[in-house]
Ligand binder design. Structure first.
Ligand code: 2P0
Length: 338
């Protein structure tokens, strides 16, 4: 990791307490962006070109336990990870930032995901958020979540939003030093909102988000319009949440996702994350809506489709999509952010 990143971490940790415990633990939900993050203004500090807004996926996410050991050891879903894999290398590089502050030559990281890794269900988001929470616990920093969101951001941009349950927004910020690019919760609940997940494949995507967004930014002629468009959607979504305006929420999220994919497809070489079934599902959702069912969709950097609908329509939506996994993001069993 670069000196700039080390300095950034140092700055964030100036307000940290010091406890130093034997073990740390962190739990973070996955999140789905309704206004997508796609493109960076700074790749070192992971600063985005546009603000983004997400909803967390209840109990779907990552649980991570961490302790100090002489050399890094990673266990993912019960399986030891070969240190030579890109996954382990990215993790070790990120942990470089925390060896000195945690007085740890190495870290044992035991991580359990309840979502497939790298299948477009934002596992890097919950992964880096849970890791930062575990580090905060291990070192007794007792940092507020907004500051933790900036540390998680260095691991993966979307991880900044996974520090929160329910709706979260990640502000793009203006400053070059990255200190105003943080995420925070939108303090509200929307009890009849439902998310449906249509998992078409759990296979790893051919182009990761990081490389994909960079390619889009550098080569897609449509990208010039993206940051301003996303800021408009960000505002529309915030208003829709306050006003409980489901139609605006759904329509804005769907249009935002389809614009992101159109922008990616205009890249050179084109970036197309869809499978034929993805297109079939998009048609299906749009036909059902034209026939009067209030249902919308969003799609991340992968082929899987996520539906947005209200509890009153669960029976019709489940009948139309029998393989659907339905999530109640504000359900009573989901702990709220402390
Ligand atoms: C999002 N995605 O807002 C968008 C929509 C995927 C599609 O954030 O380079 O893994 O680690 O900051 O966070 C995925 O990008 O990228 C992502 P990095 P990240 O959820």
């Amino acid at each position: 990791m670069s000196e700039i990143q080390h300095q950034f971490v140092k700055k964030i940790l100036t307000s940290a307490s010091h406890g130093a415990y034997e073990k740390g633990r962190g739990l973070a939900p996955s999140n789905i962006a309704l206004c997508k993050y796609w493109g960076k203004r700074d790749t070192t500090l992971n600063l985005p070109l546009n603000s983004s807004l997400s909803i967390s996926l209840g109990e779907k996410g990552t649980c991570t336990q961490i302790r100090r050991v002489p050399n890094d050891q990673f266990i993912l879903n019960g399986e030891p990870i070969d240190p030579a894999t890109p996954f382990a290398q990215r993790l070790s590089t990120f942990l470089e930032l925390f060896r000195e502050p945690c007085r740890a030559p190495g870290f044992e990281v035991i991580t359990d995901n309840t979502i497939p890794t790298a299948a477009g269900l934002a596992s890097s988001a919950s992964g880096y958020a849970a890791l930062v929470l575990a580090l905060n616990d291990l070192a007794g920093w007792d940092l507020p979540r907004q500051l933790l969101s900036m540390l998680a951001r260095l691991g993966s941009g979307s991880a900044s939003r996974s520090l929160f349950t329910g709706f979260a927004c990640w502000h793009r910020g203006e400053r070059a030093d990255g200190t105003d690019s943080f995420a925070e919760a939108i303090e509200t609940t929307w009890s009849d909102l439902r998310i449906g997940i249509l998992t078409l494949t759990e296979a790893e995507k051919p182009v990761g988000s990081r490389a994909g967004m960079q390619r889009t930014l550098e080569t897609s002629p449509r990208y010039a319009g993206w940051p301003a468009r996303a800021e408009v959607d960000f505002e529309l979504l915030q208003r829709a949440i306050v006003q409980r305006d489901f139609e605006t929420l759904g329509a804005t999220a769907e249009a935002n996702a389809l614009e992101m994919h159109a922008t990616m497809r205009a890249a050179a070489p084109p970036l197309d994350y869809f499978l034929p079934e993805t297109r079939t599902h998009i048609d299906r959702v749009q036909h059902l809506r034209a026939a009067g069912l209030p249902i919308y969709l969003t799609i991340d950097a992968g082929p899987n489709v996520k539906l947005l609908f209200q509890a009153a329509h669960t029976t019709e939506v489940a009948a139309a999509f029998p393989a659907l996994e339905i999530i109640d993001p504000f359900g009573a069993s989901h702990a709220r952010t402390p």
